[in-house]
Ligand binder design. Structure first.
Ligand code: KG4
Ligand code: ZN
Length: 335
């Protein structure tokens, strides 16, 4: 069978990324230009600056990717791009670049939902086996998804309020840890002890999550301690917080695997880089005979390899867009 090469483009937030992936699993080349250093001066991503930087960099990143791959546009079968969700100005740049390439070189244009991309980062590690449960944990999403086959997404639960990554970033800010908060809280948690009595978030029988309560608990804790003139022990807050998050995520995910009688689990999204989560799920899955896949750290956060991998499976399903493809800041993966 002929090999299929997909060129993927991802610009939904603060990474300008272009990648070429063969057959949805073999990464040929990926270029990621992170804007993190710029945004860290502001304590978070500034949308207007992010989109301007995408405009400045996108052509260069496409050229660099092609050059490093030693391929030309003639070798590319289709162009896939994140059309949403994300920052609208940022998405527009990627969609415009992809549409232009598709038009000029006469290649099919494949729209990829950002979360489908995160899920398919796992296909770059090992071939996804079905049925599977996907735990999606990112800055904007916290969802449990059932997949009976490629490109079939059935939501079985999700957050009722904040996403887990959003909560990590907020907790980081409250305890005075610089941006990017999530990875710093993760690191700090290993230096502390679980001494603070934070609540286990939404400890019920559903597959839903809620992180606003634990976020408020951390905010109140910090304010109370400071008002009393006490020093806050950042490491201990980080450790207590992370333990609660890991506990609720693992408890509900393991329950879903059992109830849906599924032996394959994949974890996706930026927060899957979290070492507490990786360690806990690795040992739980080993003990319960579950086949676990988590992306390599560099593919946990936003990148175009995952968009090219998802793009391959969308292409196979003939999910192809016209040149009028719209960027969507909010769009659901589910029907
Ligand atoms: O998937 P992603 O790159 O962007 C979205 O699609 O949202 O995820 C970014 C999120 C941020 O909230 C960041 O703090 C979090 O992932 N994150 C982490 C870790 N690394 C990234 N959260 C906890 N522990 C980490 N090691
Ligand atoms: Zn993402």
């Amino acid at each position: 069978m002929k090999d299929i090469y997909i060129l993927g483009i991802e610009t939904s937030c603060d990474e300008t990324s272009v990648s070429i992936v063969k057959n949805g699993c073999d990464e040929i080349t990926t270029v990621v230009l992170s804007q993190m250093d710029t945004h860290s001066n502001y304590g978070g991503v500034v949308p207007e600056i992010a989109s301007r930087m995408h405009v400045e960099n996108i052509t260069m990143v496409i050229e660099e990717c092609l050059e490093k791959s030693s391929l030309t546009m003639d070798d590319i079968d289709a162009i896939s791009v994140t059309y949403g969700p994300g920052l609208i100005g940022c998405l527009l740049i990627g969609v415009l670049a992809a549409t232009t390439l598709s038009y000029i070189y006469n290649k099919p244009l494949i729209p990829v939902h950002h979360i489908a991309g995160h899920i398919y980062a796992n296909n770059l590690v090992s071939e996804m086996k079905f049925p599977l449960i996907a735990l999606v944990i990112s800055g904007g999403h916290t969802e449990l998804i059932y997949m009976s086959d490629h490109y079939s997404f059935k939501k079985i639960g999700g957050t009722l309020d904040d996403a887990v990554g959003e909560c990590y970033d907020k907790v980081a800010r409250v305890i005075g840890v610089p941006y990017p908060g999530g990875p710093m809280v993760d690191r700090l948690s290993y230096k502390g002890k679980d001494t603070y009595p934070l609540p286990l978030p939404l400890d019920d029988n559903t597959y839903n999550f809620s992180f606003s309560g634990i976020k408020s608990a951390v905010i109140n804790l910090v304010h109370n301690e400071l008002q009393r003139g006490n020093e806050i022990r950042k490491e201990d807050i980080a450790c207590s917080f992370q333990n609660r998050v890991v506990e609720v995520l693992s408890k509900k995910t393991m329950k879903a695997l059992k109830e849906y009688n599924v032996k394959n689990l994949i974890i996706a999204g930026g927060v899957s880089a979290n070492s507490g989560i990786r360690d806990k799920f690795t040992s739980l899955c080993e003990a319960n005979g579950i086949n676990l896949t988590i992306p390599n750290i560099k593919y946990c956060t936003d990148n175009a390899a995952m968009i090219a991998s998802a793009g391959y499976f969308a292409y196979k399903k003939k999910i192809i867009s016209g040149y009028d493809l719209k960027a969507c800041a909010n769009t659901s993966l589910f029907e």
